[in-house]
Design a protein around this ligand. Structure first.
Ligand code: SF4
Ligand code: SF4
Length: 374
């Protein structure tokens, strides 16, 4: 079963801008002139390329990190593998703590600084290109998307709005909890946390969570996988606090999906294609924090100039080409990601300043390092 259009979305999502009531009457007017789009759309090929590249990058970083950890676990290892700091992309709370530390002290933290630079890169991407991290880069988002595509063979469904809306609130509750916990920490408390055995090897603890997953972990993961087969982007839509944070930042973005009512032929293909279940065909602009900037709506739109990712009219140039092409969005995402990572590396702020002797002491006993907070 494919995705249906859900008019009640507009009523339940306050961030959705609906059209004036008088617009309803337009459906009785004669059909508009249909100007078929001529240029071919490459946005989904580009997005797929980014998803595949980022997934591979994560597999590579994860594999190298595992080999690096094994060097400390196996006596007599040659220590030929270096630690890939990019693994700190999986420490978003550490990134948030370090960001607070940096903002309050003006000093770049020395433990897990890459977590902060990666968070900054993804926040900047969200500010400019909506939640593009979720639909272009995040490996969990990619796996979620393809699980749902697989699930289409069995039969997907969507939850009724009385359940969907409160469930969507869960990710904001989780985000609120983490923000509250980090906001309550002073820079001194953050520095002291980072220098505890747990803080120093938080990345190893994360790896070991997946390596030595208990029954509860397996059951939870299994439930999430099965739920993702049936409900589109189950984890991202309902539970991911990272997506919630990026969605809130994206509300400030000047770039939005905008619909030109004069060019639109009201075919509703955009709403059917939208993975966030937004009623794109009834909006002038998509303001929702759920929009992931995937451009699937733009890709399926058959009418010339009806749907674009663009700036508000007052910021647009007088030239006729006002929509942002997919290649420009792709280039912008790559530039922000590579630019911030490159800057951190060049400035010497990419790697944690932890001597091998400390790792040698802590990693073989990683399971004994407990969270210092109650
Ligand atoms: S299909 Fe369009 S409106 Fe829906 S999430 Fe993707 S970019 Fe946003
Ligand atoms: S896909 Fe959406 S924006 Fe494009 S013509 Fe159809 S209803 Fe209008």
């Amino acid at each position: 079963m494919g995705i249906q259009i859900h008019p009640d979305n507009a009523a339940t999502d306050p961030s959705i801008a609906t059209e004036p009531a008088g617009r309803q009457a337009l459906s009785h007017k004669p059909k508009k002139k249909f100007l078929r789009r001529r240029a071919r759309d490459h946005s989904q090929k580009l997005r797929l390329g980014f998803q595949a590249a980022f997934l591979l990058l994560n597999v590579w970083v994860g594999g190298q990190f595992y080999l690096w950890v094994r060097q400390f676990e196996v006596p007599g290892s040659a220590f030929s593998v270096s630690r890939p700091a990019g693994v700190e992309g999986w420490l978003p709370i550490g990134g948030l703590m370090n960001l607070k530390y940096w903002l309050e002290t003006g000093t770049v933290p020395t433990i897990h600084p890459a977590a902060m630079f990666l968070l900054l890169a993804f926040l900047s991407i969200a500010f400019l290109f909506r939640r593009a991290f979720c639909s272009w880069l995040c490996p969990v988002g990619t796996i979620s998307e393809y699980l749902w595509r697989l699930g289409r063979r069995i039969g997907n469904f969507r939850l009724p709005s009385w359940l969907d809306v409160p469930l969507r609130g869960l990710k904001y509750l989780l985000l609120g909890f983490f923000l509250w916990a980090v906001a309550g920490m002073s820079p001194e408390a953050i520095a002291s946390f980072m220098h505890t055995p747990y803080g120093l090897i938080a990345d190893v603890k994360m790896l070991n969570f997946f390596r030595f997953m208990g029954t509860v972990g397996f059951v939870v993961l299994g439930v999430l996988v099965i739920a993702s087969l049936f409900v589109q982007n189950f984890w991202c839509r309902y539970l991911c606090p990272y997506g919630a944070l990026l969605g809130l930042v994206s509300l400030a973005s000047p770039l939005r999906i905008r619909r030109n009512r004069d060019a639109c032929i009201d075919c509703a293909k955009c709403a059917k294609a939208c993975p966030a279940w937004l009623p794109v065909d009834r909006l002038n602009r998509v303001r929702s924090a759920e929009c992931t900037g995937c451009l699937e709506c733009v890709a399926v739109c058959p009418a010339e100039g009806a749907l674009t990712l663009s700036l508000p009219e007052r910021l647009q140039s007088k030239s006729k080409q006002n929509g942002m092409p997919a290649w420009a969005m792709a280039a912008g995402i790559a530039l922000l990601f590579l630019g911030l990572v490159g800057f951190a590396k060049t400035a010497g702020h990419w790697n944690s300043h932890i001597p091998n002797a400390v790792y040698q002491r802590l990693i073989p006993h990683a399971n004994e390092a407990t969270h210092p907070m109650p």
